[in-house]
Design a protein around this ligand. Structure first.
Ligand code: KIV
Ligand code: ZN
Length: 530
């Protein structure tokens, strides 16, 4: 029997830190449900001290996904009481809650980031663990920037926090600086001492991909005694990302004789999870990405195709069936009916839709099927995503009079005079504007900016095709700047000009929300003074 490696998924925390990847509460919950189906052992659902929205989302995940004994729910805290309280209060409803505390151990973190002595930082870490232990029995301690830390100081910290009650020690390669041989050696040394100190404590690793070695470092750590790995779906995460869950899991599976280890992951759910995360976060998977990239199982050269026809293992080390690519994709049409659509949604992981949510999505499906004739799995992800986006606006904000809505648009593209006219409304107010530009998008965005009278500047524009065929949906993702702050928004439509306009209007509405929240806060503090 091989050794079990615990899989800790941080897509909803480290992954969500990626600019523009922020999920709303519904999307977070949906991803968490899918992670449970994938059978990860631990979900890190967020950083609750960062915002009330994140606190609520972690709480929802803890109560709706963490409601069974087969999964642990955690969230991140800095080594301060307020953060630890926020984690405790958001995860405590889960059957198996865990508090995760992070504090740096490298000289750079201790001296430059905190401006404190090593002894002071060590004491802060120990006090944080002792406090967390008064709240919950399970506490993970992460020694941030461990791979660039002085080894003896790193060990003193680990020893002290274990004595204070930490039940998991996580060793991060925070800036992706380590190389496999060196990281393996570090984990070997820590594991040797840790198992002598307390063999119940799990040793974990958390690797970043700045030098493209996150997966290799994670595997080297497993080979040298790590019990647990921290990963994200599609490897998304800060900067160059984190170790990709699917790569680590499939490497352990495919090369089991090398690693002598296995995970509990339900590999057949890998592709579904990858697509869901990519779709909700609006981050495309690199086509040649290992395991989940669009070309990972495509064989194009004649020599390879010939070899494959003779024997699949000539050029294939993993069967696509193993990661969930076996199912024939069902193509839905306007005549498919509720049952077929519900079935298809459930297969993709959308199992917790209420009757009202399903009906809303089904109506959008009918409209799309009329326009597009054939609706694919990719389209269903978008329908759910759009529904959640609309729904969240309805739930969270009662100021619909302040929001901009698109009524119609006309865009003319030519070399001499690209122009656009826009027809919008804000509450009962009708807004119309026309503009010319250097190109059709420039003209369209100038017309919208004029109509809304907000000084918004487009910083980034990205368009991609979501599904196949000439009627494929176009996804537009943009970033705008307003008063020094950036806002990201997206929209998906069969008409790419409409998608472009909606993405821009969504970004403007985010600015409106922010302005309303600031105004509300100001009013509250004014009334507090009265
Ligand atoms: O990269 C890092 O060090 C982290 C910690 C919070 C584990 O994300
Ligand atoms: Zn990280």
């Amino acid at each position: 029997m091989t050794r079990k490696i615990w899989v800790f998924d941080t897509t909803l925390r480290d992954g969500e830190q990626v600019p523009g990847a922020k999920l709303n509460l519904y999307e977070k919950l949906e991803v968490a449900q899918q992670l449970k189906k994938l059978q990860v052992d631990i979900i890190e659902a967020g950083f609750p001290a960062s915002s009330t929205g994140d606190f609520q989302a972690v709480k929802e995940v803890a109560s709706k996904v963490g409601n069974t004994d087969d999964i642990i729910i955690t969230a991140l805290a800095r080594a301060v009481k307020a953060d630890i309280d926020a984690v405790y209060n958001s995860v405590k409803v889960a059957v198996n809650p865990l508090i995760h505390i992070v504090l740096g151990t490298s000289d750079i973190h201790v001296e430059k980031k905190f401006g404190k002595s090593k002894d002071q930082i060590l004491d802060i870490g120990v006090e944080a663990v002792k406090y967390a232990k008064t709240l919950l029995p399970e506490v993970q301690y992460s020694t941030e920037d461990a791979s660039r830390s002085d080894f003896e100081y790193l060990w003193s910290t680990i020893e002290a926090v274990v004595k204070a009650g930490a039940t998991i020690i996580n060793v991060p390669d925070t800036v992706g600086f380590a190389v496999p041989e060196e990281f393996g050696e570090l984990i070997f040394k820590i594991n040797d001492r840790l198992k002598n100190l307390n063999d119940k404590v799990l040793l974990s690793v958390h690797c970043h991909n700045d030098l493209g070695m996150a997966t290799a470092n994670t595997l080297a750590a497993i080979k040298n005694g790590a019990d647990k790995v921290e990963c994200t779906i599609n490897g998304i995460g800060e900067r160059a990302g984190n170790a990709a869950l699917e790569e680590v899991v499939m490497a352990l599976h495919t090369r089991s004789t090398v690693y002598g280890a296995h995970t509990n992951i339900n590999k057949k759910e890998i592709m579904n999870t990858s697509r869901l995360v990519s779709s909700f976060m609006g981050i495309d998977v690199q086509v040649n990405k290992a395991i989940t990239g669009g070309n990972a199982f495509a064989h194009s050269s004649g020599i390879h195709q010939d070899g494959l026809l003779k024997s699949r293992d000539a050029y294939e080390i993993i069967s696509p069936v193993d990661i969930g690519l076996d199912d024939m994709e069902l193509v839905l049409t306007a005549r498919s009916g509720r049952h077929a659509v519900k079935n298809a949604l459930e297969k993709l992981g959308f199992q917790s839709l209420t009757a009202e949510q399903f009906e809303g999505i089904f109506q959008d499906f009918l409209a799309l099927a009329d326009a597009k004739k054939e609706v694919y799995n990719h389209d269903l992800y978008v329908l759910v995503e759009n529904y959640y986006a609309k729904n969240e606006e309805k739930q969270d904000v009662t100021y619909s009079d302040y929001f901009y809505e698109l009524i119609d648009l006309q865009v003319i593209s030519n070399t001499t005079f690209p122009s656009a006219s826009i027809h919008m409304k804000k509450g009962n107010e009708v807004l119309k504007s026309s503009s010319v530009g250097t190109g059709p998008i420039d003209a369209l965005y100038s017309a919208i900016t004029d109509a809304c009278e907000l000084e918004v500047k487009l910083v980034e524009y990205h368009i991609s095709s979501v599904s196949r065929g000439k009627e494929a949906l176009g996804k537009v993702k943009i970033q705008v700047e307003y008063k020094g702050q950036t806002y990201t928004a997206k929209a998906t439509e069969t008409d790419i000009m409409k998608a472009s306009a909606l993405a821009y209007i969504n970004a403007i509405n985010s600015i409106v929300v922010e302005n309303l929240l600031v105004a509300n806060e100001r009013n509250e503090s004014m009334s507090g003074l009265a």
